[in-house]
Design a protein around this ligand. Structure first.
Ligand SMILES: C[S@@+](CC[C@H](N)C(=O)[O-])C[C@H]1O[C@@H](n2cnc3c(N)ncnc32)[C@H](O)[C@@H]1O
Length: 201
């Protein structure tokens, strides 16, 4: 039975072809208009679903490349009766560039993206200048990008890119003990993370 929580995105969309791709119709997808938060690389969906439960007046979309994690998240959302969460099986950078209409997203979350520690793999890192350009375009005025990584080298890499930009300003990290944590955040509890909360100027 097709679930209303399933928002399939064809694997074709993960190809490099960029023409003819339609942005999401967010109103139709959720059946309402509400502030949207997007969790890029949502893993098993723990954070996404806790956020959806805590903020029912907001809409949430998770993006994830592994179908099994997408399906698990959808199952859990259904079990918990969360009607404000959707999943896309899609590549992160592609989704930000092409699927979210301009000025449609209130918050992008990027929690513990793959660090690609080897120098020759650095071009694969999600966060780069182009990515920030596309995030900026998709964010609403005053929208935010929240990034966390446990990998010091990736943190330095992000910091260097961000420090050159005047189109984001920095905010203090959220200091709320009840704010949902991602699986990786819990796993690395007690360690120092690189964290950046960047508001669109
Ligand atoms: C290290 S895990 C972090 C998961 C979660 N954000 C957390 O903090 O617990 C990274 C997740 O991003 C997904 N991922 C990695 N590269 C991706 C890409 N290019 N597009 C979509 N998902 C991706 C992985 O499959 C994995 O589930």
């Amino acid at each position: 039975m097709p679930s209303k929580l399933v928002q399939p995105v064809s694997d074709e969309l993960t190809s490099t072809a960029t023409s003819g791709v339609k942005a999401l119709d967010l109103g139709a997808m959720f059946g309402r208009h509400a502030p949207l938060e997007v969790d890029l690389g949502s893993g098993h969906g723990t954070f996404l679903l806790e956020m959806a439960a805590k903020f029912p007046e907001r809409n949430f979309i998770g993006t994830e490349k592994y179908g099994r994690r997408v399906r698990k998240t959808i199952r859990c959302a259904e079990d918990r009766g969360l009607s404000n969460a959707r999943m896309l099986k899609v590549e992160n950078a592609f989704a930000v560039r092409l699927l979210f209409p301009p000025e449609s997203v209130e918050v992008f979350h990027v929690a513990f993206p793959d660090p690609w520690p080897k120098r020759r793999h650095w071009p694969r890192r999600l966060i780069n200048r182009d990515f920030l350009d596309t995030v900026h375009r998709a964010l609403r005025a005053d929208g935010e990008l929240r990034v966390q990584t446990d990998h010091a080298g990736y943190g330095e890499w992000i910091e260097e890119i961000v420090s050159k930009r005047a189109d984001f300003t920095r905010l203090d990290w959220l200091d709320d003990p009840d704010y949902p944590r991602t699986d990786f955040e819990r796993r690395f509890h007690g360690q120092e993370f690189y964290r950046a909360r960047l508001r669109k100027v």
